[in-house]
Design a protein. Structure first.
Length: 202
């Protein structure tokens, strides 16, 4: 199997688990051979296989320690091809890395690059997903100042991009979006979004 096949396989596994009871995850012993095989193909992955693999691994419940080598390799590849990543890839990757608990500097850099170039192209669901996940990654470890600022700039761009969508978001999504900034100690951004949401709903 090549990188595309591995991406499709992980995507199907993740979809299967989502359709089952939440407690039914892939046992670590069964995941290890597939993780190792996928790791060998990580340097050749394109944007969609990277997102499919990371999302699948997150959905099947692979433990952080087992997923980390593959996630680090995928992060290095994502940064190398960041110009080919689209908003949907960035949002899904942010969610996957936050869910698995791998705070990877190269992946954060790749996601931030996509947001810097294409924040206006994110749809409502992608904005909520990326904001909440990037907020979790921001809080996951003590980043060096330069990278922390990079994440915060990306979050600020997402906040601006979210304003035209506020009238279409569910209350739960609005709460998650605005709450992400408050939890980061960036309450001003959340307050502005809340005010814009109130105006949109008026």
């Amino acid at each position: 199997m090549d990188a595309m096949h591995h991406g499709n396989l992980w995507n199907k596994l993740g979809r299967h688990v989502r359709q089952q009871h939440a407690s039914r995850k892939l046992p670590p012993a069964r995941a290890e051979p597939l993780l190792a095989a996928t790791l060998a193909h990580a340097p050749n992955c394109g944007a969609q296989p990277i997102a499919n693999i990371a999302g699948g691994v997150a959905h099947v419940g692979v433990p952080t320690s087992a997923a980390k080598p593959l996630f680090e390799a995928l992060a290095a590849r994502a940064k190398a091809i960041s110009a080919k990543l689209e908003p949907r890839h960035a949002a899904n990757l942010a969610w996957a890395y936050a869910s698995v608990g791998v705070a990877s500097s190269p992946m954060v850099d790749a996601i931030s690059m996509v947001i810097r170039r294409r924040a206006a192209e994110f749809n409502a669901q992608e904005l909520v997903m990326a904001t909440a996940a990037l907020g979790r990654l921001h809080a996951a470890k003590r980043w060096k100042r330069r990278r922390r600022r990079r994440i915060e700039r990306a979050l600020k761009r997402l906040a601006r991009a979210a304003r035209p969508w506020l009238g279409e978001l569910r209350l739960l999504d609005l709460d998650e979006l605005c709450g992400a900034y408050a939890r980061l100690g960036l309450a001003g951004w959340g307050a502005r979004l809340t005010a814009a949401a109130a105006a949109a709903g008026a």
